[in-house]
Design a protein around this ligand. Structure first.
Ligand code: F6R
Length: 362
């Protein structure tokens, strides 16, 4: 049942190339630079949208943070992302001008459903981005976009995060094109990168043994910091969450520029820093941040498409060139790192203590 893997989590990490092909299947027209999503968001509807509000919890919130950057860059629309349990509807004068997107793998998370209901009650249009056909979120939202990742058994979300970001990338193209904000050339370029995504993810999966060795070298440290910029900051948060929940060690993720505003005081030779260094996100500045932690003796593990970084990294895991999707590829490396650390520590990886797959209380 686990397909020869020791845990469902590892199996699901390895299922990502296939899952992402499913997410994309039949939805992409690369030549036209457009997508075909089965949603009711027409050009007329989208022309009226002034703001998109993404609401979600946990890993799905991190997918929302990633999507926000994509929507801003490729669809030229104002976007907010909010943790669902903190959400209150603020929709300006005409609630219909706000599109509220609930990102929820299970479609049953109480906080996310409650946020969606607040928005719907105020008169906003709602869209559920979910893995689960027939879920409460899918039924209650005006529209649903399925991420098609297949069932996920491990409590830690892995392939569903990748599929969420991929589906949200398609949604970005859909919205950008229909709002006249995205040229077919730029859209084709993003879609070409999406086509390359399963192969790029496979390259990281092929580095699994290497990451296992890295994990055993850096297991049992005081704390772990995860940093990156822009899209890389979203996966830094996700990398830290994964390590916390399955390995039960302290980890913190944040935008790399924030290091020097406080956390640097905690950095020692016993606090590995995992960094996402991609070409699209001011890698020079991130490299400066890396040098700061390096000079304090912290081991630096870099997931990098930025060649100039190599000299400053204790471990370099190369990321293939894939534009805005590079941080998503790097995240697969962070998943493997978390998995191997947790495995080394003998944790109950598929069922971490105190956690449930679907959180149905507020
Ligand atoms: C972490 C994890 C959780 C979920 C969160 C939201 O690995 O799985 O943080 O992401 O509980 O769940 P959904 O997406 O089902 O709303």
């Amino acid at each position: 049942e686990k397909g020869g893997y020791d845990h469902y989590m590892l199996k699901e990490i390895h299922e990502q190339p296939g899952a992402l092909r499913q997410t994309l299947s039949g939805r992409v027209d690369e030549v036209a630079g457009d997508v075909d999503l089965d949603v009711d968001l027409s050009s007329e509807v989208l022309a009226d949208v002034e703001e998109i509000q993404l609401v979600a919890c946990g890993t799905s919130y991190h997918a929302g943070l990633y999507a926000r950057r994509l929507l801003e860059e490729f669809a030229d629309v104002r976007v907010t992302v909010e943790v669902a349990s903190e959400y209150e509807f603020t929709g300006g004068r005409d609630p219909w001008e706000t599109l509220v997107v609930a990102v929820t793998q299970s479609g049953e998370t109480a906080d996310t459903l409650s946020a969606m209901r607040k928005a719907a009650k105020a008169g906003a249009r709602t869209l559920a981005v979910t893995n689960t056909v027939g879920s409460t979120a899918a039924r209650e939202a005006d529209d649903a976009l399925y991420i098609r990742a297949g069932p996920e058994i491990g409590v830690a979300a892995t392939k569903t995060f990748a599929a969420q970001v991929t589906a949200l990338s398609l949604l970005t193209v859909h919205i950008g094109r229909r709002r006249g904000a995205l040229s077919s050339e730029r859209a084709s370029n993003l879609l070409e990168n999406l086509r390359g995504l399963p192969g790029a993810v496979q390259q990281l999966l092929d580095a699994s043994e290497r990451l296992e060795a890295v994990a055993s070298e850096y297991v049992d440290e005081d704390a772990y910091f995860f940093v990156g910029r822009k899209l890389g900051a979203a996966v830094a948060l996700e990398g830290a969450l994964k390590l916390k929940e399955i390995a039960y060690v302290h980890a913190e993720g944040f935008p790399s520029g924030e290091l020097k505003h406080g956390t640097l005081a905690l950095v020692t030779e016993d606090t590995p820093v995992l960094t996402v260094l991609t070409e699209g996100a001011r890698p020079k500045e991130t490299l400066n941040n890396v040098k700061e932690v390096e000079s304090r003796g912290a081991p630096v593990i870099g997931f990098s498409s930025y060649d100039a970084a190599a000299n400053y990294l204790d471990v370099e895991i190369p990321i293939p060139d894939l534009g805005a999707l590079e941080p998503l590829v790097a995240n697969v490396g962070l998943q493997l790192f978390a998995y191997h650390v947790a495995n080394e520590l003998g944790r109950a990886i598929d069922k971490p203590r105190n956690l449930a797959k679907s959180v149905t209380v507020e």
